[in-house]
Structure formats: C-alpha cells, structure tokens
Design a protein around this ligand. Structure first.
Ligand SMILES: CC(C)(COP(=O)(O)OP(=O)(O)OC[C@H]1O[C@@H](n2cnc3c(N)ncnc32)[C@H](O)[C@@H]1OP(=O)(O)O)[C@@H](O)C(=O)NCCC(=O)NCCS
Length: 174
C-alpha cells in the first residue's frame, strides 16, 4: 500500500485528470465541466491524491457567494477516485483536506449535490434554506446538502451565486 499524498492541483496534472474521470465515471462525461472549472483558477480549489506516481483521486471546489449574505461559500464537485483506489478512505481524505483549506481561507459554508449516504459521513446534512441556481427535481431534494465550517448555521434562505460554468440547467438535473 502506497502512502497517499494530497496536494494542490497543478496545470500539468491535466493528463492524469483526463484519465481519472472517465475511469471513475464510465457513464458520465465530466471532463468538459472539469476543464472549464480548472480554468476558473483562482476561483476554485483543486486537490489531487497521489499514490506514488499514480493519480488516485481528485476533488474540486468552486468558490461562490450566497444572495443576501456576506459569507463566503464553496460548492464541492466533482469528486472522483480511480476504481482501483476506491473504498480506501481517499475520497474522505480529499473532502477533509479541502474543508480544512477552505476554512483557513475564510469560507463559511460548503454545499454539495451528491449521495447523502456518502457525504453524510463527512458531516454534510440536507439543506433546505439556501438553494442551488436551478430548482432541483423532487428526487434530488435529499441530495442537496451543506456543512458549516464554523459554529454558525448556514443562512436560512438565499441562492448560490456561481460562476457561468455552473449556469447550465443540465448540471442540476438527472
Ligand atoms: C464515491 C467516491 C468518490 C468515494 O470515494 P472513496 O475513496 O471510494 O470513498 P472512501 O474510501 O472515502 O469511503 C468509502 C465508504 O463510503 C461509502 N461509499 C463509497 N462509495 C459510495 C457511494 N457511491 N454511495 C454511498 N456510499 C459510498 C462506502 O460505505 C465506503 O465505506 P465501506 O468501504 O466501509 O463500506 C468514489 O468511490 C468514486 O469516485 N466513485 C465513482 C464516482 C462516483 O460515484 N462519484 C460520486 C461522487 S460525486
């Protein structure tokens, strides 16, 4: 078993990232989104998990705002772990390291649209106050989650204000 190193993504990680996502998500082409998000630097946080020379996982957070609030927020997406490295704690470590760095940078709240069974393990809870930029279908309601990085509860209303990359309804529906 290799030691897993988590570090900030670099421009020359792109070749490994372009292999990782199709392997982790064989039925979904996330690469156009990932490429556009990586171009949003410094408005994103990109972390990679390395096992020796291999890229085992990658996570992206997009920095954003909430209407009616001065708080800084972030959206977690996507997160991918290469199939041979799944269920070894790498996804959880990428989330934990991302949350630590965002907290250090003054981000107060993190949002995610994902499986509550998975993200609940990292402390995310279903969010009903702040909404995504597009209404979610009923079956996604439990999947919209948030986590406070401080002791203050997230605002009880508002909408995430995200860069243009995220303003595509298809990213928020089945
Ligand atoms: C989902 C994913 C990011 C998790 O990363 P990981 O490094 O494999 O997960 P961890 O090792 O941190 O945590 C593993 C635990 O989470 C749970 N888990 C893993 N994948 C899960 C999933 N899709 N849904 C619910 N729970 C899941 C398991 O219970 C597992 O615990 P166990 O091994 O004790 O049963 C990774 O498996 C992956 O990239 N999968 C393919 C793509 C995907 O479905 N991504 C969804 C996130 S956007």
């Amino acid at each position: 078993m290799h030691t897993i190193d988590i570090r900030q993504g670099q421009p020359d990680d792109i070749a490994s990232i372009e292999k990782l996502y199709p392997a982790a998500f064989p039925e979904e082409d996330l690469l156009p989104l990932v490429r556009q998000l990586l171009a949003e630097e410094p408005g994103i946080l990109s972390l990679v998990a390395e096992a020796g020379d291999a890229m085992a996982g990658h996570i992206l957070f997009t920095l954003c705002a909430i209407t009616g609030s001065d708080a800084r927020a972030a959206l977690l997406a996507p997160l991918g772990v290469a199939p041979q490295w799944q269920r070894k704690g790498i996804g959880s470590s990428l989330i934990r390291e991302g949350l630590n760095r965002l907290k250090r940078d003054g981000v107060a709240y993190v949002y995610v649209l994902g499986d509550p069974a998975y993200y609940g393990r990292s402390g995310f809870r279903t969010e009903t106050g702040v909404t995504p930029p597009y209404p979610l279908p009923e079956e996604y309601r439990d999947a919209w989650q948030s986590l406070s990085l401080g002791s203050v509860l997230p605002p009880d209303h508002g909408t995430l204000v995200l860069p243009k990359v995220w303003m595509q309804p298809a990213l928020w529906g089945p």
